[in-house]
Design a protein around this ligand. Structure first.
Ligand code: MEV
Length: 337
């Protein structure tokens, strides 16, 4: 069937345990959440790639731009970074489809804040690959699209574990290790995400950890190994038939340990730590950074105290988001024949 236009969407994610150590082959656990990026792809007859973005949420402000003309009221660098993921994604899919000279126009809207550690780049890459591959007649599974998303991240970021595009493409909860994933049983987790309002660059933070590891392997390797052990323990707790009270208390303690280890790697900030401690003081069972750090988001596990924790995060100067885990990953929303 020849297709004229495709609309696809892909979700944001949170890393529950194991960010950064996952880049060095340790396991991690992530979940898709119900904020989505929408990408519409259609042919144009110029042979070129055209990208339009509206409502791309960079910290605090909303940016609209086209490739030639950029209207921005906030961080231009972050907005431009989004373009590089989209461009790489389109080029990769055109190459896979043997359609290099084919003109493609892509239009993006997103509910996911850019640079918040919620996987906006991965979601934009996955939704673009989903929409453009369908447009060009490629039949790819969500898992294959996740792998192409990983290639896009490697091209743009230089280093990436692939967990973000995988969970965005697949959805639900995943345990991820060295490119392989296992779906964990779906469950509602009583979490609150707290946004610091500032952004961190995954590329820079991953490079910073890499440099410290190269300079001090004897110090950094045990931290990364401990993070791997935290993840395996968390997987055991998530798969156990413990009652919720015990299960959440253990997960909370593991989150706090994981936060301490991330702090030791140098990816926390004063604001992130303030939000983490505010959440714990307000009754969260655990709280930690989620994603690359350096700004961005933390999350707290707060059964029965979500509202108090959200208030504490606000008082500490953050923006709370009570969000739900999304079962669904990449979704083709509409195909116009
Ligand atoms: C970013 O969401 C997670 C990192 O571990 C980078 C990666 O896994 O590619 C910091």
């Amino acid at each position: 069937m020849s297709v004229k236009r495709v609309l696809a969407s892909a979700p944001a994610k949170i890393i529950l345990f194991g960010e950064h150590s996952v880049v060095y082959g340790k396991p991690a656990i992530a979940a898709a959440i119900d904020l989505r990026t929408y990408v519409r792809a259609e042919f144009n007859n110029t042979g070129a790639i055209k990208i339009e973005a509206h409502d791309i949420r960079t910290p605090g402000l909303i940016v609209s731009f086209t490739e030639d003309e950029i209207y921005f009221e906030s961080d231009y660098g972050r907005a431009a970074e989004v373009l590089s993921y989209v461009r790489q994604a389109i080029e990769l899919v055109r190459e896979e489809a043997g359609a290099n000279g084919r003109g493609v126009t892509v239009s993006i809207t997103s509910q996911i804040p850019v640079g918040a550690g919620l996987g906006s780049s991965a979601a934009v890459a996955v939704a673009t690959i989903g929409a453009v591959s369908k447009l060009l007649g490629l039949e790819l599974s969500n898992e294959e699209i996740g792998k192409l998303g990983h290639r896009v991240e490697l091209l743009v970021q230089g280093a990436s574990s692939g967990i973000d595009p995988t969970v965005s493409a697949i959805g639900g909860f995943i345990h991820y290790e060295k490119g392989n994933f296992e779906h964990l049983p779906f469950m509602e987790l009583p979490i609150v995400v707290g946004y610091t309002g500032s952004s961190g660059s995954t590329k820079e933070l991953v490079a910073m950890v890499r440099k410290t590891r190269e300079e001090m392997p004897d110090v950094v390797e045990p931290i990364l190994s401990a993070m791997g052990k935290v993840v395996e323990k968390a997987r055991e707790v998530l798969l156990s038939d413990l009652d919720d009270e015990v299960r959440f208390a253990r997960l909370g303690r593991l989150m706090n340990i994981n936060h301490g280890l991330l702090d030791a790697l140098g990816v926390s900030t004063k604001k992130l730590s303030e939000l983490v401690y505010a959440a714990r003081t307000a009754g969260a069972l655990g709280a930690k950074i989620t994603g690359a750090g350096g700004g961005g988001c933390m999350y707290a596990l707060a059964p029965e105290r979500q509202s108090e924790v959200a208030t504490a995060i606000t008082i500490a100067g953050g923006t709370p988001m009570i969000t739900r885990i999304s079962r669904e990953g990449l979704r083709i929303e509409e195909v116009l024949p």
